[in-house]
Design a protein around this ligand. Structure first.
Ligand code: HAM
Length: 427
């Protein structure tokens, strides 16, 4: 025995793959309804695509090695830098705004915990080339509509939204955080709540030996955590909050306002976000984020030298899958076959093979026993396969040009003309 899959990597047995396929189908369906086109990129990328742009946390989690051509490479931990490169390379030719989606498998060497693995699949939907809040609202609406398409309501999930521009102004104006310190402070805020000790360490590093400023930032965080209404109202009233207000108005107009809460604690861990940021959580917040995204207006400039504003999100299959299982909203593995064909005796095998082939050519899913067995055994296998019916062919039936069609749930059976059965009509 070669043991197990690596820690944090999954074997997808058919039942688990059924859930993954159900999630992929829902993702693709909503992306299609929103007019997004699918793209993909390579799973292995040059290391430097991530080292400057993604932020410290993701870089620490990279699967990286030197390839045989002595290039430093990394398995993709996220899709956004690849997207930025691809769009940047054809920026002139592509009609803006670009609406693209992808479902890459991503790799991060994370500390294993509930909802966090070392590989996951992630739907990415991004709008590129539109700076206004209508694009942000469209992207957020897609997140909510995926939740809805999965059968989740506003009592199950909540989209928590904020805007880094509001927070950055506040930190600059009221807490004397300098531009060069900002990213460090934001990455500290991102861990606040989940990992207080890490927040403390990051604040310490970002603000150095300035206990007053650390104290003032921490006190501000305390107010946000309490959802202090005066603070929230003040921040929401700021001129920098105009895009956020506009997004809310638009989401209200779409009838999705119930899903949305303004939460200034959301900052996102990745370095490249420049504006609106959001995360989707289960309403109890018992699981990690189902999805995260926001506006990143400078990434394509930094990667490809083209000025194109972007907004988008990534939604993983792991937390969403857990939530769907918890709520009983996951799809059962679909029945594999429409009919199980049964040959009564050895001389019935060839006619059954012929019939199986005719049905398969018509798109009907059929199976039959791969070795001679008594009818009882064949019926047992048919039931185990979840087949809705067995089609039994014996010498008498062949003479009468019929087959016996047995409903495997009720046990009722009837004779059906072979001409009908061949067409996939079983009654
Ligand atoms: P992210 O927040 O790193 O964003 O990941 C987005 C989502 O992917 C998370 O909310 C979570 O559901 C899932 N996810 C991330 N890491 C793991 C993991 N180790 N195991 C399981 N699920 C995970 C990004 O990656 C951005 N590039 C998204 C984006 C696209 N922003 C703009 N466009």
């Amino acid at each position: 025995m070669q043991g197990q899959a690596l820690p944090g990597f999954r074997d997808f047995y058919p039942e688990e793959l059924a859930l993954r396929n159900h999630i992929f189908t829902t993702w693709r369906d909503v992306a299609r309804r929103y007019g997004f086109q699918e793209y993909d990129g390579p799973p292995l990328e040059p290391l430097e695509l991530y080292t400057d742009k993604s932020g410290e946390e993701i870089v620490q989690q990279l699967y990286t090695f030197q390839d045989k051509g002595e290039r430093e490479v990394a398995l993709r931990p996220e899709m956004t830098p690849t997207l930025a490169r691809m769009v940047g390379a054809r920026a002139q030719a592509l009609k803006k705004p670009i609406r693209w989606f992808s479902i890459p498998q991503l790799f991060r060497y994370e500390r294993q915990q509930r909802g966090r693995l070392r590989e996951h699949f992630q739907l990415n939907m991004d709008v590129i080339g539109e700076a206004g809040p209508a694009a942000d609202a469209e992207i957020m609406a897609a997140v909510i509509d995926i939740a809805r398409a999965c059968g989740l309501t506003s009592t199950d999930v909540r989209l928590r939204v904020s805007d880094r521009r509001i927070l950055v102004n506040e930190l600059k104006d009221r807490h004397a955080v300098a531009d060069g310190e900002m990213l460090g402070v934001l990455s500290a805020l991102d861990k606040w709540g989940d990992e207080p000790a890490l927040t403390e360490r990051r604040l310490q590093r970002a603000l150095g030996d300035s206990p007053e400023r650390r104290g003032s930032v921490t006190a501000f965080l305390g107010l946000l955590a309490k959802e202090d209404s005066a603070t929230v109202e003040r921040l929401l009233g700021a001129p920098a909050a105009e895009p956020l207000r506009e997004c809310r108005t638009r989401l209200d107009a779409m009838g999705l306002g119930d899903f949305v809460t303004v939460d200034f604690r959301i900052v996102r861990g990745l370095a490249y976000y420049t504006g609106i940021v959001f995360e989707l959580f289960d309403a109890q917040r018992s699981l990690r984020a189902i999805c995260g995204g926001g506006r990143y207006d400078t990434l394509i400039q930094e990667i490809a030298g083209v000025d194109l504003p972007c907004v988008g999100f990534g939604m993983g299959d792991v937390v969403l899958g857990e939530l769907l299982k918890e709520r009983g909203k996951h799809a059962e593995a679909p029945s594999r076959v429409d009919a199980f064909l049964i040959a009564v005796g050895a001389e019935d095998v060839a006619p059954v093979l012929k019939l199986a082939h005719e049905l398969r050519d018509r798109g009907v899913a059929v199976e039959y026993a791969l070795r001679d067995a008594p009818i009882r055994k064949q019926l047992e296998l048919a039931v185990a396969r979840g087949a809705p019916r067995a089609v039994i062919v014996g010498p008498d039936e062949r003479k009468a040009k019929v087959a016996v069609v047995r409903d495997l749930k009720s046990g009722r059976q009837r004779k059906v003309a072979l001409t009908q059965v061949r067409k996939g009509v079983f009654k």
